[in-house]
Structures are given as structure tokens and as C-alpha cells.
Design a protein around this ligand. Structure first.
Ligand SMILES: Nc1ncnc2c1ncn2[C@@H]1O[C@H](COP(=O)(O)OP(=O)(O)OP(=O)(O)O)[C@@H](O)[C@H]1O
Ligand SMILES: [Mg+2]
Length: 536
């Protein structure tokens, strides 16, 4: 009571506690210092308060001031030592004390307590700062991981692209050689057939030659598919309404895959015109439809849909660059593809079908055609959940439709007295080309290189027409053509090529190109037209 009055006089608020529990309550309510008389503890259980002292948070060390009796200093008083152990932060004040002493001891302890509060505040502030910094770091880390993942995905796409490109180059080389072989085979078969017909031999041999032709033609079709994968086929893009194309294919699809498969179409309104080779897109859709049929052996639904789409950056190598495309999508509810099949589906010769059932060229052909057309392809498929394959084609500029060239009028009969100079480095191909032309009635000169051809012309043997192999070692067909045109600008030229690389053949009229392996009819028709057409 006395102490409270002294403190009150000094401007410090104090409350009196009746027992230790009351003291604890007051401490919990925010008391800054406790003043405890020694006798008030005597005979009381101090365990609760000892537990409270021990369980203080790290920042807190609550101050107690003990009022001892005269002579009760710590050095002579074992009880006082015990108090220090139990209460921790204790000060002793011996009675009787001077009021100023009490006030100063209380003030000191209060200041200490306030510092503890201040310490707690700083600590908490630090904690929140650490937390927000940690969150920032976690976010930065997350972004970094996402970037790494994106990069890995890009690299994988790049690797896949490079692999497809390498396979493309390889197949185009193989196909090119094959076309030369097939030109020789098919050309000679044509001779045999004519000779047999003239000699009037029995049907058996004719039948065998017929088998040879069928096999060689199948080979030619395969090489054609290979070339379309390596994007070196000859395309004749036109402005096309894909809705019309799909509608026009309905009957063909019904007859090819109908039966247990229901065919539906979902055609977008106001579909943009697409720039695409009409025959090739039909083939591609038919290819997809046949795959879909094969994936639905118990029947199902096949839907062909069209749409205008705006695509973002490609996620897979088969997808086109960002931009506006006309989409044609073939969807089935068949077996679907596993991830492994899906990643390999576009590779040439990849097939999961039985030997003799699939050659594995269908999708690679579709991809090659779509890419060469300036578009791309996308697969969406899950095992058991069906497959949707989209072909994206470049949107045609509407004015392009007006610029389409009308069909050339038929040329009158050719002058078969004409002299044709055949230039080809491959002896067998040259031989069969020359023989075919001779048989039609032309006079034929032969050269095995560009230099050889220039030599013949230099000696004064000026032909009426030249048939030139496009891909020759040394002087290429294009180079030879330039040199010939310098001196003989009116000379008609025809180019024979296994592949029509659009960049190489850009600017050359379709009528001047003969694709290998050629059939006699195509060769004779193009030669006839070239001899009759006015000089260009
Ligand atoms: N619609 C589809 N549903 C399920 N799997 C498909 C589908 N289309 C293609 N595939 C899978 O992709 C593989 C490759 O298809 P692709 O068309 O290139 O070759 P193929 O059909 O096996 O043979 P080809 O078309 O040359 O006769 C198929 O063997 C098949 O496993
Ligand atoms: Mg197929």
C-alpha cells in the first residue's frame, strides 16, 4: 500500500494483487513490473509462476522486484537465491527503503521491459520482411524453372525438326535416284509392250510385262510419297473453298470408308479461301480418313470440319508458324494414340499396322504436303479417346482468285521432223528418253553434260528443242539453259526432274517441266506442245 502511494506520487500507476494468481492475471494484462514482498510468498506454491516464467517467449524477460526484510540480502539469505532461480529477472530492495530508491528501481525495470517490447516489434518486422523476401525469391525461382522448362521444350522441338529435316534430305536423295531407275524401267517396259504388240506374241508374256509395269508404277507412287514427305513434290496451289472441296469428297469418302463408319461434316460459315493444291488436299484428307477408319475397327463416327483459325507460336515441329490459317480437321472416335505413337506418327515408314497393311507413309506425306503448302499439321489424340488431325493451310489473298491462269488452248499437231537435243548425265535415262523420242519420229542428239550440249550447239548443230535434266553434276540444267538462251533466245526448252524444288524451279512454266519417272505420253505431249508454242 505504501509502495503504491509512493509510486503514485511519482506518477506511476500501480495495482495491488491479493495473491499469486491475481499477479499472473495482471502480468498477462500487460503489467510492466511486479513488486513482490518476500513474506507474501512464504508458504505459497510458486510452481505456477515458475512455469509461467519459464514459458516466456524468447524476447520476454519479465522483471520482478522483491522487497526483503532488513538483513535479508542475497548473500545471507538462501531463500533469496532460490527466488532468483525461480523468477529469473529479479531485483532486491531491502526495507526500509527510501522512496526515491523504489521509484528509481521501478523506473529502471520498466525501461527494461519497454526495451523488450521494442525488441519484439523489431523482430516481428524482420520476420515479415524475411517472409516477403522469401516469397519473392520463390516466385523468381518459379519463373526460372518455367523458363528452363520452356527452353527444354524448344530444344526438343528443334531436335525433332532437325531430325525430320535430315530424314527428308535422305529420302529425297533416295527418291531422286529411284526416279532415274524407274524412268529406265518404265521406258523400257513401254518399248517391250510395243514390240510385243507388233510381234503378236502370246498373251502370257504380255501379262508378265504387265506385272512389271504395275510393280514399277507402284514404285513410282512410293517415291512420289517420299518426295512429298521431303517437300519436293510439284504443287499447283490454287485459291480453293475448302467447304466445297469437302462436300465434293463426300461420295468418295463414303465409298472408301463407309460401311460401319458414319461420316459427318461440320463446315464453318464464311470460311476464308485457302491457297492449296486441290488434288493434294483431297489425297491428304482421304489419307486421314483411311487412318481413321483403321482406328475404328468396330465402327464409329468420322467428322470432317473446317474453320478459320489464328494460331500462336508452334508447340510442336509439325505445327505452322503463327498466323491466320484455314483449318480442315478429320476427327474419329477410334482407338487413339499413345504418346509414343503420336510423337513418331509423322516419321516416314512409321506404322503400327501389320506387314503389308500400312507403309507408314500416309501421315508423313500429309505433313510434307502441308508444310510445302506453307501450313502445318496438328494431332490431338489420347488412347481410347479418338484422334483429331488438323491440316492448316495458308489463307489465300482474295485477289489471287482473279489472277488464276486460264487453261492453255490445245496446240496443233507437231512437226515430227524436228531435232531434239537430250541432255542427261545418266546414260540409261538418256538412252530411254532418246529412244522414246526417236520412236515418235524426231531426230535426236544426245549429250551427257551441259558442256557437251554447248559443244554440239557450238559446232553448228542447232536443235529445234532441248530436253534437259535439271539436276546434273557440274553445269546444272538451269545454268545450261541460261547459256543457251544467251545465243538462242527462242530455243524451246524442257526440263526433266525427279523433284520440283519450288525455289529452284521458280519461274519455270509447268508446261516446261517433265516429272520423273515420266510416261511416254507425257513426254511426247510436252515435246509436241513445246515445239508448237511461240517462243517465250
Ligand atoms: N486416326 C488415327 N487413330 C489412331 N492411330 C493413328 C491414326 N492415324 C495414324 N495413326 C497411327 O500413326 C501411324 C502412322 O500413320 P500413317 O498414316 O503414316 O501410316 P499407316 O497408316 O500405318 O500406313 P499408310 O498410311 O502408309 O498405309 C499408324 O500406323 C497408326 O499407328
Ligand atoms: Mg495411313
Amino acid at each position: 500500500m505504501l509502495a503504491r502511494d509512493i509510486l503514485s506520487d511519482a506518477g506511476l500507476h500501480a495495482d495491488i494483487c491479493v495473491d499469486l494468481n491475481d499477479l499472473l492475471r495482471q502480468i498477462d494484462r500487460g503489467a510492466a513490473v511486479a513488486i513482490v514482498t518476500e513474506e507474501s510468498l512464504r508458504g505459497h506454491d510458486t510452481r505456477t509462476i515458475a512455469e509461467w516464467v519459464a514459458s516466456q517467449p524468447p524476447w520476454s524477460d519479465f522483471p520482478f522486484i522483491f522487497l526483503t526484510e532488513h538483513g535479508g540480502g542475497i548473500e545471507r539469505n538462501p531463500e533469496a537465491a532460490q527466488l532468483t532461480a525461480t523468477f529469473g529477472n529479479v531485483s532486491f530492495l531491502e526495507r526500509p527503503f527510501h522512496p526515491t530508491t523504489l521509484v528509481s528501481v521501478v523506473r529502471n525495470n520498466m525501461r527494461g521491459r519497454h526495451r523488450q517490447y521494442e525488441c519484439r516489434r523489431l523482430n516481428e518486422e524482420l520476420e515479415t520482411r524475411v517472409q516477403s523476401r522469401t516469397a519473392e525469391l520463390a516466385e523468381a525461382n518459379g519463373q526460372l524453372l518455367a523458363q528452363i522448362e520452356e527452353r527444354e521444350r524448344m530444344e526438343k522441338t528443334m531436335r525433332q525438326m532437325q531430325r525430320l529435316e535430315a530424314v527428308g534430305q535422305l529420302t529425297s536423295g533416295v527418291a531422286h535416284d529411284f526416279n532415274n531407275l524407274l524412268t529406265v524401267v518404265l521406258g523400257n517396259i513401254a518399248f517391250l509392250e510395243r514390240a510385243l504388240a507388233n510381234a503378236g506374241l502370246d498373251g502370257k508374256i504380255e501379262q508378265r510385262v504387265g506385272y512389271m509395269r504395275a510393280a514399277a508404277e507402284r514404285g513410282a507412287k512410293l517415291t512420289d510419297q517420299l518426295l512429298s514427305f521431303s517437300r519436293r513434290q510439284r504443287l499447283e496451289p490454287k485459291t480453293l473453298d475448302l467447304n466445297e472441296a469437302v462436300a465434293g469428297m463426300q461420295e468418295l469418302m463414303e465409298s472408301t470408308i463407309g460401311g460401319t463408319v458414319r461420316i459427318s461434316t461440320t463446315l464453318a460459315r464464311d470460311l476464308w479461301p485457302a491457297l492449296v493444291d486441290p488434288t493434294q488436299i483431297e489425297l491428304a484428307v482421304l489419307n486421314l480418313a483411311i487412318n481413321a477408319r483403321d482406328a475404328m475397327d468396330v465402327g464409329g463416327t468420322l467428322d470432317v470440319s473446317t474453320a478459320n483459325v489464328k494460331l500462336g507460336a508452334p508447340q510442336h515441329p509439325e505445327e505452322p508458324a503463327a498466323g491466320e490459317y484455314v483449318e480442315i480437321c478429320v476427327r474419329d472416335d477410334g482407338s487413339g494414340m499413345s504418346d509414343e505413337v503420336r510423337t513418331k506418327a509423322f516419321e516416314p515408314f512409321f506404322t503400327t499396322k501389320d506387314i503389308g497393311k500400312g507403309s507408314g507413309l500416309g501421315l508423313s506425306q500429309v505433313l510434307g504436303f502441308a508444310k510445302q503448302s506453307g501450313g502445318g499439321v496438328r494431332i490431338q489424340s489420347k488412347p481410347g479417346d479418338g484422334t483429331a488431325i488438323s491440316i492448316f493451310l495458308p489463307r489465300a489473298n482474295p485477289e489471287a482468285a482473279l489472277a488464276q491462269i486460264p487453261a492453255a488452248p490445245l496446240a496443233p499437231a507437231a512437226n515430227t521432223d524436228a531435232t531434239v537435243l537430250v541432255v542427261d548425265d545418266d546414260g540409261a535415262v538418256r538412252d530411254v528418253t532418246a529412244a522414246t523420242l526417236k520412236e515418235i519420229g524426231y531426230r535426236v542428239l544426245e549429250a551427257d553434260s551441259g558442256a557437251g550440249a554447248l559443244d554440239i550447239i557450238g559446232r553448228g548443230a542447232i536443235p529445234d528443242l532441248m530436253v534437259i535434266d535439271f539436276a546434273m553434276p557440274g553445269m546444272s540444267g538451269a545454268e545450261l539453259a541460261r547459256r543457251v538462251k544467251d545465243d538462242h533466245p527462242a530455243m524451246p526448252l524442257l526440263f526433266v526432274t525427279g523433284f520440283a524444288d519450288r525455289t529452284l524451279l521458280a519461274g519455270i512454266n509447268e508446261a516446261q517441266i517433265i516429272g520423273k519417272p515420266f510416261v511416254t505420253a507425257e513426254l511426247s505431249e510436252k515435246v509436241r506442245l513445246a515445239l508448237n508454242s511461240p517462243p517465250r
